[in-house]
Design a protein around this ligand. Structure first.
Ligand SMILES: Nc1ncnc2c1ncn2[C@@H]1O[C@H](COP(=O)(O)OP(=O)(O)OP(=O)(O)O)[C@@H](O)[C@H]1O
Ligand SMILES: Nc1nc2c(ncn2[C@@H]2O[C@H](COP(=O)(O)O)[C@@H](O)[C@H]2O)c(=O)[nH]1
Length: 206
């Protein structure tokens, strides 16, 4: 892989990865680009095919996996999720820094590739807070919520493994978490870009 180092955001479902990513793309959307994953899960209200995910059937996804079109894929909460080679190449073709939002299995798979990203884990302050966030988000059935919480308990334990992540952000105060994210991203972004004035100068601040 050529170009600047990609960025991997991981962490339990409900910890706040998408929220932080949305803030980043709103402020620095011409610097960073989101790697649009494939998933077999159903779209949530407001999700658009090709934007949040490429929503596909299990058959379609399995065929593409078998054809070697994915860098990594994983089964999460009863669905397949995966990063296609094309998704990463599309971002790199725009000369943007590629950001992947993937689970812990994906992190372990990416570690075996030549992508060499920065690995960031986003964690909630506690499992209780995580559960409240997931319930308040109102996207999960009780069954899916329990699966996600069980996976989250494992994720919270394993993410502390030395060397697995370059940074663990505990997302309690959202603005503080965002500042920590911007601070580490200054290491991969072009010099000066991650300054607080950049979004205003680009007319990207609301
Ligand atoms: N610091 C925070 N304080 C309070 N609520 C938060 C905070 N960060 C995110 N949230 C809320 O928590 C919920 C979960 O956040 P989000 O959807 O970003 O999580 P996620 O890690 O992307 O989850 P998933 O892996 O399922 O996509 C959202 O409703 C979001 O608005
Ligand atoms: N290994 C991968 N994990 C992925 C990918 N895209 C998303 N995810 C992870 O799935 C869960 C659930 O996401 P949700 O949108 O259903 O809430 C979350 O932890 C994501 O990080 C992927 O391409 N590969």
């Amino acid at each position: 892989m050529t170009g600047p180092r990609p960025v991997v955001l991981s962490g339990p479902s409900g910890a706040g990865k998408s929220t932080l990513l949305k803030m980043l793309l709103k402020d620095y959307g011409n610097v960073f680009g989101f790697s649009v994953s494939h998933t077999t899960r159903q779209p949530r209200v407001g999700e658009v095919n090709g934007k949040e995910y490429h929503f596909v059937t299990r058959d379609q996804m399995q065929k593409e996996i078998d054809a070697g079109e994915f860098i990594e894929h994983a089964e999460f909460s009863g669905n397949i999720y995966g990063t296609s080679k094309a998704a990463v190449q599309a971002v790199q073709a725009r000369n943007q820094i590629c950001v992947l939002d993937i689970d812990l299995q994906g992190v372990k798979s990416i570690k075996k590739t030549d992508l060499k990203p920065i690995y960031i884990s986003v964690q909630a302050p506690s499992i209780e807070v995580l559960e409240k966030r997931l319930r308040d988000r109102r996207t999960e059935s009780e069954e899916s919520l329990q699966k996600r919480l069980n996976t989250a308990r494992v994720d919270m334990e394993l993410s502390n493994e030395p060397g697995l992540f370059d940074l663990i952000i505990v997302n309690n105060d959202l603005q503080k978490a965002y500042s920590e994210l911007k601070e580490i991203l200054a290491e991969v972004a072009p010099p000066g870009v991650m300054c607080d004035d950049y979004p205003r100068l680009q007319g990207r601040e609301s």
